[in-house]
Structure formats: C-alpha cells, structure tokens
Ligand binder design. Structure first.
Ligand SMILES: CC(C)[C@H](C(=O)O)[C@@H](O)C(=O)O
Ligand code: SF4
Length: 428
C-alpha cells in the first residue's frame, strides 16, 4: 500500500510510538509568537525548566499586537524578547523587523518540504504549502516542543482534493478555499490533513498555496498540504542554493515528498473549478459561504486587507490593480496591513502603497492587527467589515461586529462601492 505525503513525513521523523496511534515526531521547527509562547515560557520557568532544545530551530516573532498597545501586551512582548535573548534565539523578529508569523517565517526560508513544524497558533497549517507537516498545538505540546524538540500526533488521516480546470480571471485561491470549506463544513476535516492537488494548485504561486493551506483549520484540518514542485524550488532557491548543485537536483530531492498513487485516503473530492465564482462568507462560521453575486449590495463599514491569509505582496498587487485611480466610498473606512516589512518595502517600490493612500486607505505597520480585533481597526457594535482574513466568528474583529471573508480583489471593489460587489467591474 502506498503512502501519503504526511505519512512519509511521519515515517521520516518518528522517534517513538509509546501508545497505539501516538506518533512522537522529531521537530524541524518550533515557531513562536507573543500571545501563546509567554504562557509556556512562564510555566517552564516556574518548573525550573527554562531551557530550549535547539535555538537554531526555534523562530520567534512579536506580531499580534505590535507596537504594544497596553501594559499587558508590552509584558507579553517582553517575556518573549527576554527569553529569545537569554537562549540565543537569533531568529527573533521584534518591532521594525516584525511581521505576521505565517508570512514572515516562510519569507525567511524557514520552511522546507518534508519538515515538521509546530506553533501555538491555529493557522500554522499555512506552512504545509511547502510540502511540510505543520500543525497548530496547545501550551503543553509547545512546552514539550521547546524543551525536547518533539511532539506527539495521531496518524495523519488524509482527505484529498483534486482541483481540475483553470480558474477564471478574477477568481483566486481565497475563493477556492472558501468554496472548499463550504463543501467540507467547519468540522469536515477535523483531525485530518487536507491535501490540495490538481492543475489549479499546480498553477498557483507559493503565496496562493499559503492562502489555501492557511484556512485548512477552518474546516477542522490539522494541516493543509501541497506537493513541492518547481514553484516551491523557485521560491526557496536563494535559501537552498548552497545545498544543491542545481534547481533540478533540488526538485528531485523534494519530489520524494509526494503521495503515492495508491495511497489511502479518508475521502477524495474532485472538482472542476473552471466555473468557480468569487466567494464570500455571510454568517459567523467560515463554511457559511455564498457567491459574491448573491451577496452583492450588502453594506459594510470597514474594509480590511491583510493577515496571514491575504496580506502578501500578490494580494496587495491584486487589490491595487482594482483601486488604481479610484477612491473608496465616503461611507466606509479602509485599512491595509502589509504582512511583513519586506512586503511593505516591495509595495512601496511598486507604487502600491501610494495607490492605497490615494484611494483613502490607512496603511498600518505589519501586524495581525485588526484580524483578531485586538488593535488597529476594532469594529464598534453592529458594524460590518469586508475582510481578507480567515475568521468571521461572532465578535472576532470587535464585540458585536460582523465580518465577511473575501479575496483582496473583492475587498478592494467593496471599498470603492461601500457595498459588497464583484471586482470584475473594475478589472480589465
Ligand atoms: C492568538 C492565537 C492563539 C490565535 C490562533 O491560534 O489562531 C490567533 O492567531 C487567531 O487567529 O485567532
Ligand atoms: S493574521 Fe489573524 S489569523 Fe493570522 S495569525 Fe494573526 S491573528 Fe491569527
């Protein structure tokens, strides 16, 4: 019987199987941010176990609320900062150099095909875009990961999506993943890995694959995963060129991280996405999804473009294309948060920041910011936000606020209209 990519990664990392269906895996990366890691650090200190397994495999960032907005968030940042210094964690990204964890860590080349990655953050599944097994975990697992460099998982039961056809212009990875979550429902992939395969994925950039994998958790998935290919090698090349004689050699090595044709799946879904329309959520659950056309005319108060889902350069380019030479409706306010300093700089160079500002957007520093309703764009009671983020839970961006999840193109068009609208009106 063949194996899935996740099973192969498990086989290559398993150090023990102490109980049936408990696979203890060696970790290649432990990622950390200032909301969840300080709890683990404080607990480890209290137990007299203030140690780390390998400072080169731990990467840390202050990203959720930065610059700090109050004493509590200042303290969280301080605990993480002091810990990184104390243990010689060189890859620690603080104010001025920091960005959203799931954008900055891949951008720095920290994720490779075949890796195991954990983080105390639910959207860690994003990194599966590189052909890695990447999972969000809780405080206890994080503590063990930091101390020992291992983590226990159940067998990676896998659901496979074969995405055929070619996306229409104006339809993006965000529309694809919203469609998939609608099909799966919010529990449809609980404790399972979601494999994204097929011509639609093959055509996607790494940025788009990250958008796809990012929302695997919104269907309950442990990790999203794409097979590494030429696009993966191109993206990583600057970081791996000393390891391989050529890109072809890298591709050959990474190709082992692919599922066998006779691998066993829990379920296989196959779709032709050639007719897929832009999608948007309408309720408080990410599986409450309709086409943008069905939701057209819904009034919004705020537009937010950013986050680990859609705050990358590709996303800003797409939104700027729609916004170029236009201004946002007088009835709304709009905020954009480039996900990392490198994305911000690139957007500046390309004139994208100017387009956003001329259109009337507020441009913030790289941060999770408004995404989780803790800073930089909290909604008031009863307000509605058109957002490129990944969660529309009740009150997510502010108590009593409502969020509609959509692509950067739809968000940009919605900013111009002040109501949800299909971006095709503004696209050449
Ligand atoms: C703060 C953190 C624990 C949380 C998560 O795990 O997802 C956050 O990133 C979010 O998106 O709500
Ligand atoms: S951008 Fe939003 S979803 Fe992503 S890690 Fe930050 S808070 Fe969580």
């Amino acid at each position: 019987m063949g194996k899935t990519i996740a099973e192969k990664i498990f086989d290559a990392h398993r150090v023990a199987e102490p109980f049936p269906d408990t696979h203890v895996l060696k970790l290649d990366r432990v990622f950390c941010h200032e909301i969840t890691t300080p709890i683990a650090i404080t607990d480890l200190m209290a137990r007299g176990m203030d140690r780390v397994f390998d400072p080169t495999k731990i990467k840390a960032v202050i990203d959720h609320v930065t610059p700090a907005k109050d004493s509590k968030t200042a303290e969280q940042g301080k605990i993480l900062r002091d810990w990184a210094r104390r243990h010689g964690i060189k890859d620690f990204f603080d104010i001025g150099k920091n960005g959203v964890c799931h954008a900055i860590f891949p951008e720095k080349g920290f994720v490779r095909p075949g890796y195991t990655v954990i983080m105390g953050d639910s959207h860690t599944c994003t990194h599966g875009a590189f052909g890695a097994f990447a999972a969000g975990i809780g405080t206890t697992d994080l503590e063990v990961g930091i101390l020992k460099g291992v983590c226990a998982f159940h067998f990676p039961k896998t659901i496979k999506f074969i995405l055929n056809g070619k996306l229409k212009p104006g339809v993006y990875a965000k529309d694809v993943i919203l469609f998939i979550i609608k099909e799966l429902t919010v529990n449809g992939a609980t404790n399972m890995v979601i494999e994204f395969t097929g011509p639609v994925v093959d055509e996607m950039s790494m940025e788009s694959r990250m958008t796809l994998c990012n929302m695997a958790i919104e269907a309950g998935g442990t990790s999203g995963i794409c097979y590494p290919d030429k696009t993966t090698v191109e993206y990583l090349w600057d970081f791996i060129k000393d390891e391989f004689a050529s890109k072809e050699a890298a591709l050959e090595e990474y190709s082992k991280w692919t599922s066998d044709p006779d691998a066993e799946y829990e379920k296989v879904y196959e779709y032709d996405l050639s007719d897929l329309e832009p999608m948007v959520t309408f309720g408080y659950k990410p599986d409450q999804v309709k086409s943008v056309k069905e939701m057209e005319g819904t009034k919004v108060d705020q537009i937010y473009i950013g986050s680990c889902t859609n705050g990358r350069i590709e996303d800003l380019r797409i939104a700027a294309e729609v916004l170029k030479g236009k201004t946002i409706s007088e009835d709304v306010r709009a905020i954009v948060s480039p996900a990392t300093p490198a994305i911000y700089s690139q957007a500046l160079k390309e004139g994208i920041i100017e387009i956003f500002q001329d259109a009337g957007f507020c441009v913030t520093n790289p941060t999770c910011g408004a995404c989780l309703g803790m800073s930089n764009g909290v909604l008031a009671e009863g307000e509605v936000c058109a957002s490129t983020t990944n969660r529309n839970f009740n009150g997510r961006m502010g108590k009593g606020g409502m969020v509609h999840l959509m692509s950067p193109a739809t968000a940009a068009a919605t900013a111009i209209e002040g109501k949800i609208i299909n971006a095709d009106l503004y696209q050449a």
